[in-house]
Design a protein around this ligand. Structure first.
Ligand code: UD1
Length: 418
């Protein structure tokens, strides 16, 4: 089992580049099967979740090659429509393949993604929408078997703007005759990126980033395409939180600052000085951070649930009390117990977490409870006095490419121990 060992208490200095967005590349890789032709995806981060998506594509019969940050998928030879349980378990978001497999093959079989470290992760909205679009779905023994009965575009109103459900509907609707309109669609930048990719293969999709997304289906899609994945806003926000916590001055390059304005706004409120450019953000930490007004996680453009734990790690050291409300996932406070091992003062009550700032954190043996919780432990370890050892870092590798290299580049004393 690998660990990260961090000798904390060193301010960060220098520049780091944000990679391609994990949450964009996964639905885009799934979307490559719709076209039945070749897709070249640039700025593809080299992450465990990406490897899992590639394993699914290969199982389905696609030809996939990876060279640096470019992944080429030829989905012409695809000859399967099922995903076995072991591949579904590798990555909880593998349910995003349901819509594209149905669009391409007219039938699909996979196991339920099940619960994950963030608590139950229902897919009821995905299934209800697909049924409305004319898909018959059987749920039995943890397995989903689905087939197209009478696919037909229609209006679908989501009771909440689920990212995954919006993506699955967009992907399947490309194969439905007529127009599909997703009302109350998720507005995350990753939805816009998926729209760009789909337009690239010749699909008719519009409205991403707004309340309604419209998909005109059954257009001949046989076009090779190239696509560049947008920058990872959560990775960018994580580096900024790390600098806020550990001190110093860093620049995050090759990013899109407007995608995480809700985070930079709070960092400014905490006393950090920020310079925002077209594709970069420079942050200078104050001597001591101040607590910030209530942090409530919300669908985009609100404060992202994925940035809640990295910001919390920084706020553990702020002067004053910060109140967090987690509105998206019910079990997203598991990192709090680990932060408390380092000396943080946190009280969790249901969806609320009360973080009273302390003078210092102390390096300790802690674990990565989940992907972003793990990233928060790295933030805390960089700021803490003494040595922090983080176990179960395979969670972190799901969403951050060689995280120790990125921080070492910023002057941190961090290493991976196998
Ligand atoms: C995506 C992101 C994840 C991020 C989350 C919220 C990917 C691969 N993952 O996850 O990093 O934290 O968006 O920004 O892009 N829900 C239902 N029924 C459903 C679907 C969702 O009740 O059928 C609920 C969920 O339990 C959760 C909320 O809706 O409480 C938001 O989930 P959703 O937006 O679907 O998140 P994901 O797509 O799973």
């Amino acid at each position: 089992m690998s660990r990260l060992i961090i000798e904390g208490g060193r301010p960060l200095e220098g520049s780091v580049r944000a990679g391609g967005a994990k949450n964009s590349v996964l639905p885009i890789l799934a979307a490559t099967i719709i076209s039945g032709s070749e897709s070249i995806i640039h700025n593809c981060p080299d992450l465990r979740d990406v490897h899992s998506a590639i394993a699914i594509l290969r199982h389905l019969g696609c030809r996939v090659s990876q060279e640096g940050h470019t992944v080429t998928v030829d989905s012409a030879p695809m000859d399967r429509w099922d995903i076995p349980d072991h591949l579904m378990r590798e990555m909880r978001s593998s349910v995003i393949f349901l819509g594209p497999i149905l669009a391409r093959c007219g039938k699909a079989r996979m196991t339920f993604p099940g619960g994950c470290e963030l608590g139950p992760r229902p897919i009821d909205l995905h299934l209800a929408a697909l049924r409305k679009l004319g898909v018959a779905i059987q749920e039995e023994g943890g397995q989903i078997t689905a087939w197209c009965e009478k696919p037909q575009g229609c209006d679908i109103t989501l009771s909440l703007p689920s990212v995954g459900a919006t993506e699955n509907i967009m992907l399947f609707a490309t194969a439905c005759p007529g127009v599909t309109c997703i009302v109350n669609a998720a507005r995350e930048p990753e939805i816009w990126d998926l729209q760009q990719f789909l337009q690239g293969i010749g699909a008719s999709v519009s409205g991403a980033g707004h309340h309604d997304v419209r998909i005109g289906g059954q257009i001949a899609l046989k076009k090779n395409t190239q696509h560049r994945v947008i920058a990872d806003r959560i990775e960018s926000a994580t580096y900024l939180c790390a600098c806020a916590a550990a001190g110093g001055k860093i620049t995050v390059e090759d990013t899109e600052p407007s995608y995480f304005a809700s985070v930079t706004q709070l960092l400014e409120e905490s006393g950090c000085a920020l310079q925002v450019g077209a594709d970069r953000v420079t942050i200078q930490a104050p001597k001591r951070l101040r607590s910030v007004g209530p942090v409530r996680t919300m669908p985009y453009p609100g404060f992202p649930t994925d940035a809640q734990s990295p910001l919390m790690a920084a706020m553990c050291l702020a002067q004053g009390t910060t109140v967090f409300t987690e509105n998206i996932f019910e079990n997203r406070y598991r990192h709090c117990a680990e932060l408390m091992r380092m000396g943080a003062d946190i009280q969790v009550e249901g969806r609320l977490a009360l973080v009273r700032g302390v003078d210092h954190l102390t390096g300790s043996a802690v674990k990565a409870t989940d992907l972003r919780g793990g990233a928060a432990m790295v933030v805390a370890g960089l700021a803490a006095q003494g040595e922090t050892s983080i176990s179960e870092i395979d969670h972190i590798d799901r969403g951050y490419e060689k995280i120790e290299k990125a921080y070492a580049q910023l002057g941190a004393c961090i290493r991976r121990e196998e």
